[in-house]
Design a protein around this ligand. Structure first.
Ligand code: UD1
Length: 420
């Protein structure tokens, strides 16, 4: 298992380039199942989750290739298998997104139930509720979801809670349903708007994506997509925190600043100087960060995917910060690791109180999930001495060439490869 070794204390300087968005690319890849023909995607990040999605698509019969310059070609003309097996789904929960497109275009699907994950139980009841409302017959047996429908029929679906994946699932099913579908209490994340843009380019009729009510008029067939993925807002936000925490001066190229308002606001409150220009976003870190109060919430609120990184920053702020995690029940796995680096954090229920210390000290730590992992890397960049982040495979799920990008910006970081 690879690990990252970081010698802390070097400010991030110069420039860093943001890759295409992982969370927008995953549904886009599953949407290829909706139309026969050859689909083209550009600015696709080369990540473990993306390769897992390729594996799922190949199992189903889609011929998918990653070419040069982050281009992906997927031929979905011959989908001849309808099962996404446990071995793939368990490594990436988003595989459940195969369900909607398969049942919408092919009338049947069998996808393994994802089970829990490090950050909580993560049920899929809202996905199934939406598909049932559209007329799919759903059975759960032997750890699999079986879905069947001759043709889905439009319906009004009110989500019990805001869910990004559930909204994507319902959209991808409803685009080929007979009649109109109205999704209420839909997620408003930028990834939803991007999926709507992609589906619309394929011939779908969608109104209101980006708002909490989305209306979809089903069509009989769709054509292949040709789309360039937007930049990854969470990767960009992670670089922002790293620059702010290391007293850096970093230009983040292709930073989707308009999707990072809540993060930029908190970093400014903490004392970072942030300027937006045509080139990207420039972040300059203060001598000492100030404490902040953060509550995670669905978009446009503060993203849960940035909570761990901001907690790392709060750990060295000049005073006490409070963070409330409202999206996932078990998303404080990075806390004991940050404490090993000298942070003073107490957690009670969903609330973490972080009393800033003057500096963190490098230590061996373990990544428990994607965002917890990047928070530890960022903490290591700002800490005194050497930090070793183990279980880097979590980071490889969502950060393309992270050590190369950070090294180019002056970080002293290297990957140590090991087998097993
Ligand atoms: C997506 C993102 C993830 C991000 C999360 C919240 C991808 C691949 N992942 O995950 O990075 O952290 O949005 O912004 O895009 N829930 C249910 N029932 C359901 C579905 C969800 O109870 O059927 C709950 C979840 O357990 C969670 C909350 O709803 O508490 C939000 O989850 P959701 O928005 O669905 O997250 P994902 O789409 O899985």
């Amino acid at each position: 298992m690879d690990r990252l070794e970081i010698e802390g204390g070097a400010p991030l300087r110069g420039e860093v380039q943001v890759s295409g968005s992982k969370n927008a690319t995953l549904p886009a890849l599953f949407a290829t199942l909706l139309a026969p023909g050859v689909h083209h995607l550009r600015c696709v990040p080369d990540l473990r989750d993306i390769r897992t999605t390729f594996a799922v698509l190949r199992t189903l019969g889609v011929q998918v290739e990653m070419g040069a310059r982050s281009r992906v070609q997927a031929d979905a003309s011959k989908v001849e298998n309808f099962e996404a097996p446990y071995d793939l789904v368990r490594t990436m929960r988003a595989s459940i997104l195969a369900l909607g497109p398969l049942v919408a275009r092919h009338g049947k699907a069998r996808v393994s139930l994802p089970g829990g994950c490090a950050i909580g139980a993560r049920p899929i009841d809202q996905h199934l509720k939406a598909l049932r409302a559209l007329g799919a017959q759903i059975d759960l047996e032997h750890g699999y979801v079986n879905a069947r429908a001759k043709r889905l029929t439009g319906a009004r679906i009110v989500f019990d809670q805001v869910t990004v994946g559930g909204t994507e699932q319902a959209m991808m099913a409803a685009v080929l349903a007979r009649g109109e579908t109205v999704l209420e209490n839909a997620a408003r994340e930028p990834e939803i708007s991007e999926l709507a843009k992609i589906l619309t380019s394929m011939g779908a009729k969608i109104d209101g994506a980006g708002d909490s009510v989305i209306t979809i008029s089903g069509v009989d067939e769709l054509r292949p997509m040709d789309h360039a993925m937007a930049a990854d807002r969470i990767e960009a936000g992670s670089f922002m925190v790293a620059a702010a925490m290391t007293r850096g001066d970093l230009l983040i190229r292709d930073c989707p600043a308009n999707h990072l308002d809540a993060v930029i606001e908190k970093l400014r409150e903490a004392g970072a100087q942030i300027e937006t220009s045509g080139k990207g976003v420039r972040v300059r870190g203060p001598d000492r960060l100030q404490p902040v109060q953060i509550t995670t919430a669905p978009y446009p609120g503060f993203p849960t995917d940035m909570q761990a990184q901001l907690m790392a920053a709060c750990a060295i702020a000049n005073g006490a910060s409070v963070i409330r995690e409202t999206i996932f029940e078990n998303r404080y796995m990075h806390v004991p690791e940050l404490v090993r680096m000298g942070a003073d954090i107490t957690v009670e229920g969903h609330t973490a109180v972080i009393r800033g210390v003057s500096s963190l000290s490098g230590a061996p730590v373990m990544a428990s999930d994607l965002r917890a992992g990047v928070a530890l890397v960022i903490a290591g960049l700002a800490a005194r001495g050497k930090t070793v982040v183990n279980r880097v495979y979590h980071l490889d799920r969502g950060y393309e060439g992270i050590e190369k990008k950070l090294r180019k910006a002056g970080a002293r970081i290297r990957r140590v490869r090991s087998r097993g």
